[in-house]
Design a protein around this ligand. Structure first.
Ligand SMILES: NC(=O)c1ccc[n+]([C@@H]2O[C@H](COP(=O)([O-])OP(=O)(O)OC[C@H]3O[C@@H](n4cnc5c(N)ncnc54)[C@H](OP(=O)(O)O)[C@@H]3O)[C@@H](O)[C@H]2O)c1
Length: 289
């Protein structure tokens, strides 16, 4: 039986580890106060007390726009803390699993990004996340970094996913505008949690792009969410969606507009396809009902 400490216990991905039944793993989820990523001596003390075999770090500062304002705080959570945690784990022969982001790329490639493509973060969130994942990979060859994108799933209290935003706007009768030039891959957090455990069982280390199959534009993703919500009985009808370009939103912050990641490396190591996000979307909408 392997003991796994999961950070960020109240978050979306951590929630999926709470619902998984795995006979070979015993999970524990210290609260933020018990395992604060910005407190290195506290983390060291907890690792000594709890003696996990593996740490899964789902904690992060994910408010991309706020990162530009809370620059120091977001950097300390997304860049400095993963480095400290990775070093603390390496010193104790604990494997660390950490999550990066598709935002490490600038989008210029306009075709599938692999693990060997060069990163070029465009904003402070992306730069912090890139620094964090690289520090984790440097600290030990047994550490794992998974890069997901557009993560979604059901959560008992969290209602901040893009799916929630779309459904709320539709229910309030607001006109939905969605970008046709922004493309990525929706990733079902339940799948991401399962792939993580499969990699741990294989004692894999290194960097993996961890997304479902089928890249899609934000516009098409929005339309599919609405159609599936009607089928699930969450909406009476799907309102029209107006296609716009990213420039329409006139954001001061730069974001990559194409971050479709190739999941071929992960699929090869796991020995199976990673599957579409469609099944996950239907499961989430059924749970929301
Ligand atoms: N969601 C996405 O679309 C997406 C896309 C690409 C990559 N990722 C990456 O995937 C991973 C999991 O994301 P997620 O969606 O599960 O994130 P999430 O729902 O935002 O959860 C992050 C958790 O981190 C906790 N946290 C923040 N600062 C902390 C600190 N100093 N000490 C301890 N805990 C702290 C938060 O606690 P509070 O609840 O108290 O704030 C929250 O529970 C992250 O590395 C994220 O960057 C996510």
């Amino acid at each position: 039986m392997k003991h796994i400490l999961v950070t960020g216990g109240s978050g979306l991905l951590a929630q999926q580890f709470k619902t998984i039944t795995a006979r070979d793993f015993n999970f524990f989820f210290p609260s933020r106060a018990e395992f604060d990523l910005t407190n290195s001596s506290l983390m060291a003390q907890r690792l000594e007390e709890l003696k996990p075999h593996i740490v899964i770090n789902t904690a992060a500062y994910n408010l991309v726009d706020r990162c530009e304002i809370e620059r120091e705080l977001s950097w300390s959570v997304n860049a400095t803390a993963p480095q400290t945690l990775a070093e603390l784990c390496a010193e104790r022969n604990i494997s660390l699993v950490h999550y990066g982001t598709d935002y490490v790329f600038d989008g210029a490639k306009q075709s599938l990004y692999t693990e060997w493509d060069t990163a070029n973060p465009l904003n402070h969130y992306a730069a912090g996340k890139f620094a964090g994942e690289q520090a984790v990979l440097r600290a030990s060859p047994q550490h794992l970094v998974l890069r997901p994108s557009w993560v979604f799933d059901w959560h008992p209290t969290q209602t901040k996913t893009y799916i929630h935003t779309v459904l709320k706007a539709a229910r309030e009768g607001r006109t939905l505008k969605s970008t046709t030039d922004q493309c990525s891959v929706p990733t079902f957090a339940t799948d991401l949690a399962q792939w993580t455990l499969e990699l741990i069982r294989q004692k894999a280390g290194g960097l993996f792009h961890a997304v479902n199959d089928d890249g899609i534009s934000r516009f098409d993703w929005t339309k599919i969410i609405l159609e599936e919500a009607v089928t699930a009985g969450l909406l009476a009808h799907a309102p029209p969606v107006e296609p716009v370009l990213s420039s329409f939103f006139n954001s001061a912050m730069r974001r990559p507009n194409y971050t479709v990641l190739s999941n071929a490396k992960l699929a090869k190591v796991l020995g199976h396809n990673l599957g579409s996000w469609k099944g996950g979307l239907r499961k989430m909408l059924a749970q929301m009902k």
